[in-house]
Ligand binder design. Structure first.
Ligand code: ARG
Length: 281
């Protein structure tokens, strides 16, 4: 009896070994390029699988940018937060928010610590080297905020003036003339972690102007309309998109689907419009 069992066992072992071998042969008979594509794809799907298994997806943002992302008590609000919630919903998971300095948001995605970044991020060539971008979802400009009685009337007047920007933003790039394309040069730049601190310094007379994205600029002016104003001329034309780790096409596809659905249904516009009237802080 024992002998029969042993025989049976070894037969099973030989059979399964054979199965393993034939599998291996099958895989290695693939051409190299097909094999590597298959590997990449499974790595990407693995990201989505991990997200689903963990039950949450991680957003990197900087919640100092009303109306796109800002703190609301213990939670977060804003246009990007609403879009991010839809992305989480699509995957059937919770949204976890990593609220970090704006100039570290891209690195957070690159290192895989966050699954995506939504932070009113302007698409530019420099950033495209480090992350992949979704379809764009908002048209923006850099605006100039000055004191109500300022002698600065047009962007050219900023030359030789002390201007506050949020560190690492396109407003910072423009004012420092980092890429050599700025129309206004010779600006004395003061960098801040939070836009609100720059606006406070402007109101207190420590700055001549603040350069920041137009919608947040509008919010700052609405809150302090007796003290500050926005110039009607803007400095740049920009577009916002969501960033993912380079090559994470599975994540990108989910995000683009959500953006398309929100655009097509009119929901994105409804969300944007609803924040026209919300004023927090
Ligand atoms: N659009 C600008 C940029 O991409 C500023 C974005 C700042 N966003 C933020 N959440 N603080 O550089």
């Amino acid at each position: 009896m024992k002998k029969i069992a042993a025989l049976f066992l070894s037969a099973v072992m030989v059979l399964s070994l054979g199965a393993c071998q034939s599998k291996t042969t099958e895989a290695s008979s693939n051409t190299d390029s097909t094999a590597s594509t298959a590997n990449e794809q499974s790595a990407e799907t693995a990201t989505l699988d991990t997200i689903k298994a963990d039950g949450y997806i991680t957003l990197a943002t900087n919640a100092e940018f009303e109306p796109f992302e800002f703190k609301d008590g213990d939670g977060y609000m804003g246009i990007d937060i609403e879009i991010s919630k839809k992305i989480a919903e699509k995957l059937g998971v919770e949204l976890q928010v990593h609220d970090i300095a704006f100039d570290t948001v891209i690195a957070e995605v690159q290192s895989g610590k966050a699954n995506f970044a939504a932070a009113g991020i302007t698409v530019n060539e420099d950033r495209k080297k480090n992350v992949d971008f979704s379809e764009t979802y908002f048209n923006a400009n850099q605006s100039v905020i000055v004191l109500a009685d300022s002698e600065i009337k047009v962007p050219a007047d900023l030359s030789g003036k002390k201007v506050g920007v949020q560190q690492g933003t396109t407003g910072d790039v423009y004012c420092t003339n980092e890429d050599g394309t700025s129309e206004v040069t010779n600006i004395e730049v003061q960098r801040y972690n939070k836009g609100v601190d720059a606006v406070t310094d402007l109101i207190n007379g420590r700055l001549d102007a603040v350069v920041i994205d137009d919608f947040p600029a509008t919010k700052f002016v609405e809150k302090n309309s007796d003290k500050i104003q926005k110039l009607s001329d803007t400095l740049t034309v920009e577009e916002y998109a969501i960033a993912v780790k380079k090559g994470d096409t599975a994540m990108l596809q989910v995000i683009n689907e959500v953006l398309k659905e929100m655009k097509d249904s009119g929901e994105l516009q409804t969300v944007i419009d609803s924040y026209e009237n919300v004023l927090v802080g």
